[in-house]
Design a binder for this molecule. Structure first.
Ligand code: PGA
Length: 257
């Protein structure tokens, strides 16, 4: 796992966007795995900036999102479908036909999940998967206890996740209790993983998934199994790391041990 520590949220976002940009430039018809939540918003702003400056063309890019709440229609302002259009898709030239977000209103969830997995395969697999991390250590909605071999399926949200996500809703009671999520096994099949995290609140869990054992109690620890996993943290999220010398990026963006 390559751990890169940036000064702050903006620098973390810029670094993550640069990594995604390099994949799109190398392979204009690449498959991007995308994430929602507060963390990736800055990364998406940077990608939009690249696009508006004429540096990035998304016309051939295919996207797959990690997860979606069950029971929220696409038009709900807290659905991940809505989030992705609001924060990225409406501002770049991605072809709507190439966009995939799990359908939280699917009548037959099991059949839908199988279809989603098949679509990822048909597209050739995900080239780079962007990930956030929950304060309970989840990637996507793979809550503690999720099998590290799991596939796209329905999951019950952990109490901690419901509390964490209540900030986006009028009240905790309004947070959906179920979601469709790519599995840890699905995520591990991506050619490259890019996990981003910022802020003091993520410091403990970042130390655990990077330096602790691989465990289904912290599904982000499965990144240790991946041959090409990059973790970009800001200094606060990295503040509890102890064991190794990680790359610190100073203002000029030069790696310094
Ligand atoms: P956050 O969520 O970016 O809003 O902190 C991360 C996650 O739950 O994956």
């Amino acid at each position: 796992m390559e751990v890169i520590i940036m000064k702050d949220y903006n620098a973390m976002s810029k670094k993550a966007a640069e990594i995604i940009k390099s994949v799109v430039l190398r392979k204009p018809n690449c498959v991007l795995g995308l994430a929602t939540g507060g963390t990736p918003v800055g990364t998406y702003k940077e990608l939009i900036k690249f696009h508006k400056e004429g540096k990035l063309d998304f016309s051939k890019v295919i996207t797959f999102n990690l997860d979606e709440y069950i029971s929220l229609p696409k038009t709900h302002d807290q659905s991940y479908f809505y989030f992705m259009h609001d924060n990225l898709f409406n501002h770049i030239n991605v072809n709507p036909e190439n966009v995939h977000v799990p359908d939280g209103m699917a009548e037959d969830v099991e059949t839908f999940c199988k279809w989603y997995e098949d679509e990822i395969k048909k597209a050739g697999g995900v080239d780079v998967q962007l990930l956030g991390i929950g304060s309970d250590g989840h990637i996507a909605f793979n809550e503690p206890g999720s099998s590290l071999a799991s596939r796209t399926r329905m999951k019950t949200l952990d109490e901690q996740t419901i509390k964490d996500n209540a900030r986006f809703f009028k009240s905790e009671a309004e947070v959906p209790r179920y979601a469709i999520t790519m599995g840890v096994g699905t995520i591990l099949e991506s050619k490259e993983l890019l996990l981003i995290a910022n802020g003091k609140k993520k410091a403990d869990v970042c130390a655990e998934f990077i330096e602790g054992p691989i465990t289904s109690q912290i599904t982000a620890s499965a990144l240790q199994l991946h041959p090409k996993a990059i973790v970009v943290l800001d200094e606060e999220a990295a503040s509890k790391l102890k064991k190794y010398n990680y790359y610190k990026w100073v203002y000029e963006n030069k790696p310094k041990k």
